[in-house]
Design a binder for this molecule. Structure first.
Ligand SMILES: O=c1[nH]c(=O)n([C@H]2C[C@H](O)[C@@H](COP(=O)(O)O)O2)cc1CO
Ligand SMILES: [Zn+2]
Length: 167
């Protein structure tokens, strides 16, 4: 078996990072890489630091309304990856994300100077947030590419991607 490609390696790292997430329905991981293939930052979706996790909800919906769901509180994986960066800047970098970024993450990605987005799952493509983010990326000339694991081209066991697509 040959060496892992950079794309498979960084997307695998994004999946590994996603496994730190406590979201019971969608674990997301992201990894920012520079043009020398050095890792600049990683992140996953989680509640903000210093907020006791057991005091915030993980539900998708609630009879009590939106404030009783995770959506107003959770920090997205891509935002965490940018905030956690260990380099001066993300300018000219690419980001690997296990899920296509929403519009709020698209704004952060564009403002951080990231030039390429490589994603695995596109399961929320029908949501307005995904449509808005496509529009922003197009206008800002950020390149989008869905990751096709080497396994799909024959060879490796790509079970983690199959799992992500089913999520
Ligand atoms: O860009 C993203 N990055 C990210 O981390 N997420 C997180 C927020 C939520 O915890 C989860 C989405 O939840 P759900 O699929 O249950 O609606 O994924 C969601 C998006 C966009 O959908
Ligand atoms: Zn987002």
């Amino acid at each position: 078996m040959g060496a892992l490609s950079w794309d498979d390696y960084f997307m695998s790292l994004a999946f590994l990072t996603s496994m730190r997430s406590k979201d019971p329905s969608t674990q997301v991981g992201a990894c920012i890489v520079n043009d020398r293939n050095r890792i600049i930052g990683v992140g996953y979706n989680g509640m903000p630091s210093n907020c006791p996790n057991d005091q915030l909800p993980w539900s998708k919906r609630s009879v009590e309304g939106e404030l009783a769901t995770k959506y107003p509180y959770v920090v997205h994986a891509e935002l965490n990856a940018v905030l956690n960066k260990n380099a001066e800047s993300c300018s000219g970098c690419r980001i690997y994300s296990t899920l296509f970024p929403c519009n709020e993450c698209a704004k952060v990605i564009i403002q951080a100077g990231i030039k390429q987005v490589i994603f695995a799952s596109d399961k929320h493509s029908d949501r307005a947030s995904a449509k808005a983010s496509r529009r922003l990326f197009e206008l800002a000339n950020v390149e989008l590419r869905q990751h096709v694991p080497e396994a799909r081209r024959g060879g490796r066991d790509g079970t983690q991607w199959e799992k992500a697509e089913k999520q």
